[in-house]
Ligand binder design. Structure first.
Ligand code: SF4
Length: 292
């Protein structure tokens, strides 16, 4: 049985950048606090905790005066920067540059909507750190649409500027834009809708979908390695499953089951933008053992 790791799977540059920041800091300090999981992968979090990383929540900031706190790739709302200033906390800002750019665009979009009496709509997961950071740019006024069915919280008689969380699916985003367009035509001329759709899904995610479809179709069995908390992981797993029904999601090598490989000649191993290469390598090794 041939087992191949997808060479394009693994950390996106935003996650690589955040981990590099953390590792560099921990060379000089024994402890570095990180606001939320540095990456949605418990195996990688465990490895970094071994080096001195401590994961904290927003509530912990109240007790960390003078400490160093890392902001992970997802970014943070302005209120976090304000709190850090008040508490004398030194921030190590490892927000992904793509997310920072998106935050800026959301802020500008909100200012424009304020002047026009319109709304900022964000297609994203409610409560997700990146989405919280984006909503924070609008003083909490942005409308978050997680599923198309939630779109009824939008007032279609008012202008809309639409953004997507960087890791959401392109199809869902297009469907939402289309639905908004359709409803708005009841209030505005179809050729002059006050709707601006911003293309803000990260290329590291949207390109990966296409590549994963091709990879999944060239193997008998696909093992998709991802942390349970990764929204990007769930979405990319569905992409693989759609391209190859013999796709299984695992968080680590212990989840593998021998019966998955009973008739397989080739197995492909791939993962999310939060899956470390070392973990996929471990899964590869165990896949060969499980098969025997
Ligand atoms: S998926 Fe894209 S936007 Fe999100 S952290 Fe990675 S590189 Fe940055």
């Amino acid at each position: 049985m041939k087992v191949e790791i997808d060479s394009r799977s693994g950390f996106c540059f935003g996650v690589v950048n955040a981990i590099r920041h953390a590792e560099n800091e921990m060379k000089e300090n024994d402890t570095l606090y990180c606001l939320g999981d540095i990456v949605h992968n418990s195996e990688e979090v465990k490895r970094l905790e071994g080096l001195g990383l401590r994961t904290i929540s927003h509530a912990d900031l109240d007790n960390l005066s003078g400490a160093k706190v890392l902001i992970r790739a997802h970014g943070e709302p302005p209120s976090t920067y304000q709190k850090a200033k008040e508490k004398g906390i030194q921030l190590v800002d490892a927000s992904c540059p793509v997310v920072l750019k998106l935050q800026e665009r959301v802020k500008k979009g909100w200012e424009t909507m304020l002047a026009k009496g319109g709304q900022v709509v964000i297609y994203g997961k409610k409560g997700h750190a990146e989405v919280n950071g984006l909503v924070g740019q609008t003083k909490g006024e942005a409308i978050v649409v997680e599923h198309i069915e939630d779109a009824n919280s939008i007032d279609f008689s008012k202008p809309v500027v639409l953004f997507s969380q960087t890791t959401k699916d392109t199809e869902g985003y297009e469907q939402l834009a289309e639905l908004i367009r359709k409803h708005m035509t009841q209030h505005f001329p179809a050729n002059n809708l006050p709707l601006k759709v911003n293309n803000t899904i990260c290329g590291q995610v949207s390109n990966r979908k296409r590549e994963l479809v091709a990879f999944s179709q060239t193997h008998d069995v696909i093992i998709f390695v991802s942390g349970a908390k990764s929204s990007n992981g769930k979405m990319l797993y569905e992409v693989c499953l759609g391209a190859n029904p013999n796709t299984y999601m695992v968080t680590n090598a212990n989840d593998l089951k021998p019966e998955w490989f009973a008739t397989a000649q080739t197995v492909g191993i791939c993962g999310a933008t939060s899956t470390p290469l070392w973990l996929m390598e471990k899964v590869k090794e165990e896949t060969l053992n499980v098969k025997g």
